[in-house]
Design a protein around this ligand. Structure first.
Ligand code: ZN
Length: 284
């Protein structure tokens, strides 16, 4: 049978999965990320052979942390310090003799949400909220790319925020008023001194207000049909947090329509599924 391989290459774990021609995930495996570059490449090859078995690989896709050159398939993920200018596309195409595509994990995740959205939206914005914040934007069937192919950094936008400890708001990028500093897992821990699941209702209300303001900026500028929220904080938070964030977004949008805001149903498989779809669809 003809199969597509997806790779989710993360700083703590590698996931590799096989999909059929309809994009259904057949099976997937997870291994811890080796520190060493050579071991990492060898492990990805081994995992690919393991999920492929005797099936014929007709395309491969991969999601990895930035920065990278998606056209040449050269990657330098920040969270894998030994990986510098790795010609991943060339390595994998030589090994498996099929087309290989690689893009930033948030773009790949956005592609997965776009492919699975019913009805298919014209414009979809994906936002992941976990330790940090990332995003990807799909417009008219293509991944949106900025100057020199850069992807949007939607967590590093300024918002009017509410915070009971404003002196503790400090983004890891060096700026003091980023959305990421207020609503990401690391931001929440820095401000409130505890993990997100232990926040009080009043503290959640601040986080929801701040997320709502961030969504409002994104909605006013990108005009998406749909915003999908993924990542551990988004999928783990309570319903009332989203209700509140959506309300703040809608109340502050006067000139543009409010998008539909949804929680991802893919959970930890978002980037892996996107990688399989990219193996099928290629990159534009
Ligand atoms: Zn920032």
């Amino acid at each position: 049978m003809r199969i597509y391989i997806g790779l989710d290459i993360g700083g703590t774990k590698f996931m590799v999965g096989a999909g059929d021609e309809n994009g259904n995930l057949l099976h997937s495996i997870i291994y811890e990320t080796p520190r060493n570059l050579e071991q990492g490449i060898e492990l990805l090859k081994k995992m690919t052979r393991e999920v492929a078995g005797n099936d014929k690989i007709v395309g491969m896709g991969a999601a990895v942390g930035g920065p990278l050159d998606w056209k040449k398939g050269i990657v330098s993920p920040l969270h894998q310090p030994e990986w510098k200018n790795v010609p991943l596309k060339e390595i994998m195409e030589k090994e498996f003799d099929c087309p290989f595509f690689v893009d930033v994990d948030t773009n790949v995740a956005a592609w997965a949400e776009y492919k699975l959205a019913q009805p298919r939206p014209e414009k979809l914005l994906y936002m992941t909220i976990s330790t940090g914040i990332g995003g990807g934007f799909i417009a008219d069937g293509k991944i949106y790319r900025g100057k020199n192919g850069a992807h949007p950094e939607i967590g590093h936008q300024s918002i009017p925020f509410r915070c009971s400890h404003p002196e503790r708001v400090q983004c890891e990028c060096g700026v003091s008023d980023c959305l990421e500093a207020l609503v990401s897992g690391n931001g929440i821990r820095r401000i409130y001194g505890k993990s997100p699941e232990n926040l009080t209702d009043n503290e959640w209300e601040e986080v929801a207000y701040n997320l709502g303001q961030g969504l409002r900026n994104l909605a006013a500028i990108y005009l998406p049909d749909v915003i999908v929220l993924g990542g551990g904080i988004a999928t783990g938070a309570q319903e009332k947090y989203f209700h509140q964030a959506k309300k703040v977004m809608a109340e502050h949008l006067k000139m543009t329509p409010a998008p539909d805001v949804r929680i991802s149903k893919l959970g930890y498989d978002t980037a892996l599924m996107g990688a399989i779809y990219i193996a099928q669809d290629g990159l534009k």
